[in-house]
Write a protein that binds this ligand. Structure first.
Ligand SMILES: [Zn+2]
Length: 139
């Protein structure tokens, strides 16, 4: 289960809506207790994909490292990555799976006609061949 606090959630939705019709992306910082994760801070990160960003995002490794440093500084961990699907449902695509890593939660926000619509969180397996849905609570 992953719980995203109101402030972090508002940051994610605002970032997703402001970059519509392109995909946004960012990092989620927080804490993990047993099976439950709590996101305290969302960090918007520039979509570095060199091409049409309407259906693709890419994170620079140095931006992820900076997010990780920011987390440590606040006594937290980098626990997940978020991105948006403009005019598309919040599913985990083949590309998403290929570019994922098994130790993060991946939250996908569906944005339709410029407004947040719904969201899901996914946990890729070690082989990156499938991703289970994870219970997501936000706001
Ligand atoms: Zn995606």
């Amino acid at each position: 289960m992953i719980r995203i606090e109101r402030g972090a959630w508002e940051t994610m939705v605002a970032h997703a809506e402001s970059l519509f019709p392109n995909e946004c992306c960012g990092a989620m910082l927080g804490k993990v207790d047993d099976d439950s994760k709590r996101v305290h801070i969302a960090v918007p990160i520039e979509n570095a994909f060199n091409g049409s960003q309407a259906a693709r995002y890419e994170l620079r490794p140095e931006d992820l490292l900076a997010a990780e440093r920011e987390a440590r500084k606040n006594g937290m961990d980098l626990i997940g990555i978020f991105h948006s699907h403009p005019d598309c449902d919040a599913y985990f695509s083949e590309t998403d799976l290929k570019n994922s890593c098994p130790w993060y939660s991946f939250v996908v926000l569906s944005v339709k006609a410029g407004r947040f619509h719904h969201a899901n969180s996914f946990l890729p397996n070690m082989e990156q061949t499938a991703a289970d849905k994870e219970e997501l609570i936000y706001g």
